[in-house]
Design a protein around this ligand. Sequence first.
Ligand code: PEP
Length: 258
Amino acid sequence: ATSRTAIIAGNWKMNLGPQQASSFAREILPALGDIIRHNSSLMSILCPPSISLASVHKVMEAMPTPGVELGAQNMYYEDKGAFTGEIAPGMLKELCTTVILGHSERRTYFGENDELVNKKTLAAFAYGLRPIVCVGENTDQYESGETQSVIKTQIQQSLAGLSGEQASQIVIAYEPIWAIGTGKAATAKGAGEVIHFIRHTYASIYGESAAQAIRILYGGSVTSANISEFMAHPDIDGGLIGGASIKHDFVEIVRTTA
Ligand code: PEP
């Protein structure tokens, strides 16, 4: 619907170790390549667990697939050093183009807040990684009508301090927490309204041209059966896919979007 290149990203979460991940990548890459080769306004990003990035990267080198990129699910913001168990932006940059930041599972189970997500976002840009920053309200906030105020705070705080260039390159994923992994997707109309609100809020911070340039994805129980409804909304620029991203349905989602 717009000149923005759509993104279908797959968040594999804590599934598929190095061997299984490379088998799955080998299985889906040819089909993804065929679909995307004929559609320059669509790209796909595979986001395996960190430990599987290298094996998937190797498959992608052996099977070059323009339009399909590799992303991580998280990282730390420091350059290097005594941060046991963490992964630095420069390390990801060796393998990835993209990093998902502030996923609701990181926020809920690992205590990530907007301040931390903001530091990670700025660090990702400093290393030339494309951040996909996730925002979204939980069930209580949804039911009590706080969606817009929650989202507004997340946008203002997680995305503070971007340069003009960075401001037009960020990717935002709107993922209502009540729709993640529940099989209970938002309606395209509901998601579209929130995403329109996100774009409007973003415009008030970084200006209308940055807001028109950025991709805003919907995530939450997306499958090949509902992706086209979301894509039909002019404000929705793609999907962040969880559960369906490690199934063959991911290829069907990309095919339906193309
Ligand atoms: C996600 O984890 O980003 C997600 C949207 O999950 P699911 O598609 O399984 O709801």
